[in-house]
Design a protein around this ligand. Structure first.
Ligand SMILES: *Cc1c(COP(=O)(O)O)cnc(C)c1O
Length: 400
């Protein structure tokens, strides 16, 4: 028996099985909105199959039902996650919405763990989906379950505090209720939640999977039964990933392991230097002493990751001064790009939350979130240290 291929190898080759037969080297982009048929019965059979959630059919019929470029990306991502299938959507939030719409058939209640991505929190809290939600910390999932709980939603590493959640512990508490893990921050390079009992793993593909800040998309990897339901929702609601985006995401997967490993090494360097900086009150990074109290790095997550948080001494105003002072890092929301991004959760990504929810999630007014990119660690450190020096000087001036 040949040993299974390493993830780095699969990242380059997965989802490309049909290219040799097609006689092409690069991923083909199929932009068709409709597909001609030669026999009506064949087209009818394909339509029926795709509407009921089948993965493929001889004729895609119409772009809302199936697209071969997107399907190749889905196959590749499923391979990396160790899943039977993956279903891609127009954004991460469209992917989550599809899961919620599908899960609703099983009950009207969802349990979510905080902290979590700000818009996920908002989508559930605003009751737009017609689902009731109980928020809890990851240890409180069992107590939050009801007879009509259809889904447990968790995120690890959590946004923006980088707290790690023990997936197996959440799955054990959930009993038979399916658990969805938002694994956007970890990517399949560092974490494969299905190996730990999760039923569904979602990614905002906009982030690391694309990796270059030029594509918006979302994807859910899961068993074929869930995938059929999700494809059914996608056909009905039309929350499609565009084939050009599918192409870019699939191309991005090839360099994903390399990008994550390099950014992770730089993040570890920056985190270690920030710990000793007088302008920084706290550094949130799972690779630091005390940053991973449950010992999940190594057991669940293959490394400490590429994201880090720092709480600037001096609160909201000092944090604002830092994001306005950096010159190399990009002050912007989002993450997972080739360039380093810095953003202020209390002012931007987690602004939609109530003050109470922010406090509950440990999101301090002075917290900044860094998505470390591929620049040199020394260049990034020089930029950050200079920006922090500006706030230190301002603080001294105020004190005088
Ligand atoms: C960005 C993000 C989302 C939402 O994805 P979009 O592609 O922006 O819709 C969900 N979860 C996490 C952790 C994210 O970072």
């Amino acid at each position: 028996m040949t040993p299974p291929l390493d993830l780095a190898t699969r990242a380059v080759h997965a989802g490309r099985d049909d290219l040799a037969d097609l006689g092409v080297h690069a991923l083909p982009i199929d932009l068709s909105s409709t597909y001609p048929f030669s026999d009506l019965d064949g087209a009818t059979a394909s339509l029926d199959a795709l509407v009921s959630g089948d993965k493929t059919a001889p004729n895609p019929v119409y772009a809302r039902l199936h697209n071969p470029t997107v399907a190749r990306f889905e196959n590749a991502l499923a391979d990396l996650e160790g899943a039977e299938a993956a279903v891609a959507f127009g954004s991460g939030m469209a992917a989550l919405t599809a899961v919620l719409l599908a899960a609703r058939a099983d009950g009207g209640h969802v349990v979510g763990t905080r902290p979590i991505y700000g818009t996920t929190d908002h989508l559930l809290t605003c009751e737009l989906m017609g689902l009731e939600v109980t928020w809890t910390d990851p240890g409180g999932v069992a107590d939050a379950l009801r007879d009509d709980t259809c889904l447990v939603i968790t995120e690890t590493p959590a946004n923006p505090t980088l707290a790690l959640v023990d997936i197996e512990a959440v799955v054990a508490q959930a009993g038979g209720v399916p658990v969805l893990v938002d694994s956007t921050f970890a990517t399949p390079v560092l974490q494969r939640p299905l190996e730990h009992g999760a039923a569904l793993v979602m990614h905002s593909a906009t982030k690391f999977l694309g990796g270059h800040g030029d594509v918006v998309g979302g994807v859910v990897a899961c068993g074929e039964e869930w995938a059929r339901r999700l494809r059914g929702v996608r056909v009905a609601t039309g929350a499609l990933l565009h084939p050009l985006a599918g192409y870019l995401l699939h191309r991005g997967l090839a360099t994903l392991p390399l990008r994550v490993e390099r950014a992770q090494a730089t993040a570890a360097t920056l985190a270690a230097r920030l710990v000793d900086h007088p302008g920084v009150e706290a550094v949130h990074y799972p690779g630091l002493p005390g940053g991973d109290p449950a010992g999940l790095v190594g057991r669940q997550q293959d490394g400490p990751g590429t994201m880090l948080g720092l709480t600037v001494a001096g609160g909201y105003d000092a944090a604002r001064a830092v994001v306005e002072a950096v010159t190399l890092m990009t002050p912007a929301v989002s993450l997972g790009s080739v360039d380093t991004l810095v953003q202020h959760p209390a002012g931007l990504t987690h602004r939609v939350l109530s003050d109470g929810a922010r406090e509950e999630g440990g999101i301090a007014p002075g917290l900044l979130r860094l998505s470390v990119g591929l620049e040199s660690a020394d260049d990034l450190w020089a930029d950050l240290a200079a920006a922090l020096a500006v706030t230190l000087e301002a603080e001294v001036a105020t004190a005088e």
